[in-house]
Design a protein around this ligand. Structure first.
Ligand SMILES: C[S@@+](CC[C@H](N)C(=O)[O-])C[C@H]1O[C@@H](n2cnc3c(N)ncnc32)[C@H](O)[C@@H]1O
Length: 346
């Protein structure tokens, strides 16, 4: 790419137009998710724009342009009429909020949250101001919970059950700790996946914890599931849990606080227990910055700049674990768009 002969000005121009189309397409998707257009097409495939507009009480000419554009972007397929239906797989990706592949929440984080933060960038680059994750309100917390849902399902159903000896310990009445439990969706899934285990969540965000406690009570799980506010050390006794799980949390913790959180998490584990970190890994070299698996974390680093977040590099992640006294092998794998799964045994 650096070689001016290897790429033409027209190609560079085309890249800008492609990204600009991506910006519009994300907003097109957002409109479709929020107005229920994808859901209507999932429920009644083969509808005309006018039929959908009538059903949702929307302005038909606008729905018609939305449908044509979505067809052009291959979000919709169509037969003569035109009668529209969703292109393959979008019924779960854009119309089924409880499905692990649902991305409506992630799109909303872009149009609602990132768009606002990007506007603040001009000022923030001069002043270094930060608008942290905490205290952004229920809608924000809900959008976060929706966007991490797929990771939560994979963690509860695949990653934890695959760890040597963990299921047996949990079936025998062991305990799981989730650090940064947010609004508590994973706590409920863990309770379901391991019906004999005690499940404790800890977070520092009061509003999210209120939402988590409401969900725990609604599911009738207060006996064995709890969401606590405070530090890890204040939430659980040392040597009392069989696994500590963190999903998209390490990079949210201020770098100066990370050693303490990981040290307390390691201390909370029983001997042979697992620390499971699902998070993003920042590239360390120029070569890594252009590798496909680092694109997502690279973009998160920019998108969450104003949240005060700093994505840890591989070296930082591993040093935190070593400094916390976890000296065993660190198993690393990549899942999804660019998430790292780190599993270490005490
Ligand atoms: C991106 S959210 C992820 C929430 C949840 N794990 C999920 O998957 O939806 C990060 C969470 O980490 C929490 N957090 C940040 N710093 C923390 C700390 N020092 N101790 C505990 N939780 C923390 C935030 O308040 C937030 O709820």
């Amino acid at each position: 790419m650096a070689n001016a002969d290897a790429i033409s000005a027209d190609q560079q121009v085309a890249r800008i137009f492609e990204w600009r189309r991506g910006f519009n397409t994300i907003h097109l998707i957002d409109v479709g998710v929020r107005l229920g257009l994808f859901k209507a097409l999932a429920d009644t495939p083969g509808s005309t724009a006018e039929e959908i507009a009538a059903r949702l009480q929307l302005h038909a000419p606008y729905v018609s342009v939305w449908c044509k554009t979505a067809y052009g972007m291959e979000l919709l397929d169509a037969d003569e009429g035109p009668r529209y239906r969703l292109a393959p797989h979008f019924e779960v990706i854009l119309a089924a909020p409880s499905h692990p592949r649902y991305l409506g929440g992630y799109v909303r984080l872009g149009t609602e949250v990132a768009a606002e933060d990007f506007k603040r960038c001009l000022q923030a680059f001069r002043t270094a101001e930060v608008k942290p994750f905490q205290g952004r309100g229920d809608d924000f917390n809900q959008a976060i919970a929706e966007s991490t849902q797929g990771l939560q399902v994979v963690t509860a159903k695949k990653i934890l059950p695959g760890l040597d000896g963990l299921s047996a310990r949990l079936d025998a009445g062991g305990a799981l700790l989730e650090v940064g439990c947010g609004t508590g969706n994973l706590l409920l899934q863990l309770a379901k996946a391991f019906p004999k285990a005690r499940v404790i969540g800890v977070d520092i965000e009061a509003d999210s914890l209120t939402a988590a406690r409401t969900k725990i009570a609604a599911a009738g799980l207060q006996e064995r599931v709890e969401a606590r506010q405070g530090t890890v050390a204040s939430a659980v006794q040392p040597g009392s849990v069989d696994a500590v799980v963190m999903i998209e949390v390490l990079h949210e913790i201020a770098p100066a606080l990370r050693p303490g959180v990981i040290r307390e998490s390691a201390a909370a584990l029983r001997a042979g227990g697992w620390l499971v970190i699902v998070d993003e890994t920042y590239p360390t070299s120029l070569e890594e910055m252009r590798r496909p698996e680092f694109k997502f974390p690279l973009m998160t680093g920019f998108e969450e700049l104003l949240w005060g977040n700093v994505i840890p590099t591989r070296e930082e992640q591993e040093k935190l674990q070593r400094d916390a006294g976890l000296t065993g092998p660190i198993e690393r794998s990549l899942i999804g768009e660019g998430f790292t799964v780190l599993c270490t045994r005490k």
